[in-house]
Every structure is written in structure tokens, then in C-alpha cells.
Unconditional design. Structure first.
Length: 166
């Protein structure tokens, strides 16, 4: 069981390295955990549990590692396909928020198919460099009844798109 706990911590640590973002049509992302990342974590934990049932000693550790990697890959692929619609809705809301919302004005998005929803609220506008305008924002996302908040900065690019910086 200790090895499964180690595998779960490893999977969660790796998922923290992923930073979801959106296409150049708008922004969002910050610290929000995507369904792709969530799928990878859950798949990795499930794979670790399954793999740990085989072998003994170093063989069991190897099977746990293989199960973790295989489960993470499969879970990531499933999560990725589910994430695209939510990203599209959030991206449109981010573009609108960064482009035209006043500081403090929330722009909402909702995916009627998944039931997931959120808001993006610009909190401050500033000029990072001559001619490069940026907006700090707060993002709230509700997935499966669990609400998460994140904060970030998006900056206007020379082509007019917005890029999430952190």
C-alpha cells in the first residue's frame, strides 16, 4: 500500500507541472486543473493500484510504475477529449473579458453539455512595457460541483491576441 501512496503522490506532483491554457482567441488557465490532467492523475492512481497487485519486491515496484504510466496516459487521453468544449467556452469568455470588460466586471461562461461553468474577472490593467498592455484576472471554475479559483495575468500580443503569462 505504501508503494501505491508513493505512486499517487508522484502522479499528483507531475500533474502540478501542467499548466492548462487556451488558444490565442482568449485566455484563461492560470492554476485551473484541466480534465486532461485530472484524468491523468486518476488513471495513474488506478494504474498504480492495478500494477501493485503483480510481482514481488522490485518486480512489484516495476509493475506499479508501469501501471501508473499506462493509467496516466489512458486517463489523459480520455480527459483531453472531454476538455475541449469547456476550453472553447472559457476561451471566448476570456477574450471578451480581457478585451472589453471593466476591472471588476465578471464575464461568465457555461457549457450546457457538461454543466461546467465559470467566470473570468479582470482585476487590474497595466502597461508591462511600452505598448504592451496586460490584465490581471481572477478565474473561477465549477466542475462537478467543486469550485476552484485561480489568478493570473494575460498580455496583449502584437497580433492582437491575448496570451496568459502565468
Amino acid at each position: 500500500m505504501r508503494k501505491v501512496a508513493i505512486a499517487a503522490v508522484l502522479a499528483l506532483s507531475l500533474s502540478a507541472c501542467a499548466q492548462p491554457g487556451y488558444n490565442s482567441g482568449g485566455g484563461g488557465g492560470g492554476g485551473m486543473i484541466s480534465k486532461q490532467t485530472g484524468g491523468a492523475v486518476l488513471g495513474g492512481v488506478g494504474g498504480a493500484l492495478a500494477g501493485s497487485q503483480f510481482g514481488k519486491g522490485k518486480g512489484q515496484l516495476a509493475m506499479t510504475a508501469v501501471g501508473t504510466l499506462l493509467g496516466a496516459f489512458i486517463g489523459s487521453e480520455v480527459g483531453s477529449s472531454l476538455d475541449r468544449a469547456d476550453q472553447a467556452y472559457a476561451s471566448r469568455a476570456g477574450g471578451q473579458a480581457f478585451e472589453s470588460a471593466r476591472s471588476g466586471q465578471s464575464i461568465a461562461w457555461n457549457n450546457p453539455d457538461s454543466g461546467h461553468y465559470g467566470t473570468i474577472t479582470p482585476t487590474r490593467t497595466f502597461e508591462a512595457a511600452p505598448g504592451q498592455y496586460c490584465r490581471e484576472y481572477q478565474q473561477t471554475v465549477s466542475v462537478g460541483g467543486r469550485e476552484q479559483q485561480s489568478y493570473g495575468t494575460a498580455c496583449r500580443q502584437p497580433d492582437g491576441s491575448w496570451k496568459v503569462m502565468n
